[in-house]
Write a protein that binds this ligand. Structure first.
Ligand code: HEM
Length: 444
């Protein structure tokens, strides 16, 4: 499950693995054996049996070399992802209660403004890479705001987290990540604010600084990498699939439905929920050795041919958020951010088209994620009317609805004042499939 062949066409690998049944032997990295669960029912059975399949990796990692490329992703950290039972319940309470303090209306507004800022950076050019210039940058900026994180620390957090997902020089990436989060926690001890980091610190379960650091890493990792992939994979689908851009008589599907489809077919975390059997387990005739990773292929399980229906629109029984006690606690926020990010882009650049054929897009290596390297698009260049840019206040709306007392959000210095921009190119030029989608979007 490493190398460019897997990254280019993981679906082919899952189909091949199904010859073994719902569970198949794989290597996560050279010499790192695991079992991959590609059956939907088997995946649920594992995820709902936390007494047998635990998340604590410490026994497994005793036999793993320190330079193993998947170690930083899989190694035990005292966070809610890697713990079990009461310890997990305590950490998860701090995380879910802090997430619950996020005002979704304020979050929506912040995502809108962040999206506008990013779009104004490239819309005059007529071309952009939506991964590097939009899908990657937007969750970073939003989560820097959510965590009260100044730009220099935020950049280092993302640099570290991306390196860990790519499993290239993951050891160095891990060091970068640790130092960045240590700096953030120290900053918030000195200057608490209306942000997730400060809320975690103030939670009644009384997390230690070390525990806060580990929850922040988990939350930041979850909030940037998979979010970027959900936005990018959603845009790729919208830009390349006729069902989402056909004419109205053919029936176009809304952004929410495109996201449902992506969560079934290209979930951002493709193989992620990693568990370790507490003893040798005979699972439907397959021996699962004690402490050897059992990885749920969320993508493989979602595309299990034995699922009764492939009707995906409006069907949210997919496993993209996992299941059981470790199910993603931020589904609402994650969906909202992706939906608003895509809507803002649709609104601003209605004639956008892919600049290369969809099958020439390249996917990043790594067994865990489904992540594009780039998403080049072209569109009629759009100018910003004179005087339409105003200086940003920096704190572009605190996430709990109050003014943030933390450092300024790292938005670019200018935000758009007008709702819509002026098209430089003739707007009645030949229109791509994207345009039909936008017409649908506006109810035309
Ligand atoms: C598109 C975006 C996202 C996807 C696809 C996603 C998916 C997942 C999945 C599959 C898990 C289970 C992991 C496991 O069992 O090892 C998970 C757990 C988690 N997610 Fe998300 N997530 C997303 C966004 C977010 C966001 C925005 C946050 C928070 C800011 C977040 C916070 C967490 C946390 C804390 C856990 C661990 C929960 C636990 O183990 O109790 N996620 N997520």
């Amino acid at each position: 499950m490493y190398g460019p062949e897997f990254a280019a066409d993981p679906g082919r690998v899952y189909s091949y693995l199904r010859r073994w049944g719902p569970l198949a032997p794989v290597e996560l990295a050279p010499g790192v054996p695991a079992t991959l669960v590609v059956g939907y029912d088997a995946a649920l059975q594992v995820l709902r049996d936390p007494a047998t399949f635990v998340k604590d990796a410490r026994e497994w990692q005793k036999g793993v070399p320190a330079d193993c490329p998947v170690l930083p992703m899989m190694m035990y950290r005292p966070n809610c992802r890697n713990t079990d039972g009461e310890v997990h319940a305590r950490l998860r309470a701090a995380v879910t209660d802090s997430l619950a303090r996020i005002d979704l209306n304020a979050l929506r507004g912040h995502v809108e403004r962040t999206a506008d800022t990013l779009i104004s950076g490239f819309r005059g050019r007529g071309a952009a890479d939506l991964v590097t210039e939009y899908a990657r940058a937007l969750p970073l900026m939003v989560f820097n705001e959510l965590f009260g994180c100044p730009p220099d620390i935020g950049d280092r957090l993302v640099e570290g987290m991306s390196g860990i997902f790519d499993t290239v020089d993951a050891k160095k990436a891990n060091q970068v990540l640790r130092q960045a989060v240590r700096d953030l926690v120290a900053l918030k001890r000195r200057e608490p604010g209306a942000d997730m980091t400060s809320w975690l610190m103030a939670h009644p379960v009384r997390l230690t600084d070390e525990e806060v650091m580990h929850q922040v890493v988990t939350l930041q990792g979850a909030g940037t990498e998979p979010e970027q992939n959900l936005i990018a994979n959603g845009l790729r689908l919208l830009l390349s699939d006729d069902r989402f851009a056909g004419d109205l008589s053919g029936g176009s599907l809304p952004v929410e439905d495109a996201l449902d489809e992506v969560l079934w077919t290209d979930p951002p975390l493709a193989n992620f929920a990693i568990t370790y059997p507490v003893r040798d387990v005979d699972f439907a005739g397959v021996l699962l050795p004690r402490n050897q990773p059992v990885v749920i292929s969320l993508a493989g399980a979602n595309t299990d041919p034995s699922l009764a229906s492939d009707q995906r629109v409006g069907n949210r029984a997919h496993l993209a958020w996992s299941a059981g006690p470790h199910i993603c606690p931020a589904q609402g926020q994650a969906r909202l951010i992706a939906t608003v990010a895509i809507e803002q882009l649709l609104d601003a650049l209605p004639d956008m088209e892919l600049a290369v054929p969809a099958d020439r897009l390249v996917w990043r290596p790594g067994p865990f994620h489904r992540a594009l390297t780039g998403l080049p698009v072209s569109f009629p260049a759009v100018s910003v009317p004179e005087g339409a840019l105003v200086p940003s206040a920096g704190t572009a709306g605190a996430v709990d609805g109050r003014e943030s007392t933390g450092p300024a959000v790292p938005v670019a210095p200018l935000v758009r004042a007008t709702a819509r921009a002026t098209h430089v190119a003739a707007s009645d030029a030949p229109r791509g499939p994207w345009n039909s989608l936008v017409k649908w979007w506006h109810g035309e």
